[in-house]
Design a binder for this molecule. Structure first.
Ligand code: CP
Length: 298
């Protein structure tokens, strides 16, 4: 594996290998280390979970980790991201974790610049592959056979890179049923995998796992805004609506969560919530991804 740009580049075997390695790393006390390697976090969009977990993943693997503070970088003087990467590569940095609002940018950079490794940490509404891997790791730790599961994604499916990558990983791993629940205005024109519905009760019926998505107001066009009270009424995960799913259904959310909008605190902090496990698993998933790029795994 040379880059991790989107889930579609991975085979089912690649995905399972990464997830099993992440599970193994979680149980390991001493990690392999690569002190001669340097990785850089280049986040052109805000992040807490992804950025810090990649930082920790690199540190646990003994790599040198550099976080570029974009407000203090030469990007503010007009430098193109491509030139920033070439500059850093000329200093010997090979591992680039990139988050950017432009869809497809990590792929374009990977095509143009040789001898580096790029991990897509989220590109606009397009893809968030490491999130899909950690989400699936969290599900597989609890429920081994995903081929028998019904999983429901609820929220702004249209603008969610998490939903895009999750559809792809679900198809690759043969998830039995994927319900994509969204109000009509936040439904995409086409889906990669799964069935769209605007009916929360129908979509959650018999679900083994419910993944709640953030509303993502920052990505909405003027005509796509809806009244949040109205959204909450129809789609929020509350103690009442959680009961539409199976009684032991896992509750997940990629974060950041908007309490009282898409999910209530009673559910987010409740006994069926795996939100904090997702965050923990993010570190091990990202270690497994880095190892695969280093060439020791996958
Ligand atoms: N899930 C996720 O990508 O969170 P951050 O934006 O905090 O990285």
């Amino acid at each position: 594996m040379n880059h991790l740009l989107e889930i579609s580049q991975l085979s089912k075997q690649d995905i399972l290998k990464l997830i099993h390695r992440a599970i193994e790393l979680k149980k390991t006390e001493q990690f392999p280390t690569y002190p001669s390697l340097v990785m850089v976090n280049l986040f052109y969009e805000h992040s807490t979970r992804t950025r810090v977990s990649f930082d920790l993943a690199g540190q646990y693997l003994g790599m040198k980790v550099i976080n570029i503070e974009l407000k203090a970088s030469s990007e503010t003087k007009g430098e193109l991201i491509e030139d920033t990467i070439r500059t850093l590569a000329a200093m010997g940095i090979k591992y680039f974790i990139i988050r950017h609002k432009h869809e497809g940018l990590p792929q374009q950079l990977a095509d143009k610049i040789k001898d580096i490794h790029i991990i897509n940490a989220g590109d606009g509404t397009h893809a968030h592959p490491s999130q899909a891997l950690l989400d699936m790791m969290t599900i597989m730790e609890k429920k081994s056979a995903v081929e028998h599961l019904k999983i429901a994604l609820v929220g702004n499916i249209k603008h969610s890179r998490v939903a895009q990558s999750f559809q792809c990983i679900s198809q690759k791993l043969g998830v039995k049923k994927l319900a994509l629940i969204a109000p009509p205005i936040w439904q995409p024109n086409a889906v990669h995998y799964g069935e769209l519905t605007s009916d929360l009760k129908e979509g959650l019926a018999n679900a083994d796992v419910v993944i709640c998505l953030r509303v993502q107001r920052e990505r909405l066009l003027a005509e796509e805004h809806i009244d949040l009270e109205q959204y909450r009424e129809g789609y929020a995960l509350t103690l009442r609506t959680q009961a539409y799913a199976k009684p032991d259904a896992m509750v997940m959310h990629p974060g950041p969560i908007n309490r009282g909008i898409e999910i209530d605190s009673e559910v987010a902090d409740g006994p069926q919530s795996f939100i904090l496990q997702q965050i923990t698993n993010g570190v091990y998933t990202r270690m497994a991804i880095l190892e695969a790029l280093i060439g020791k795994q996958a």
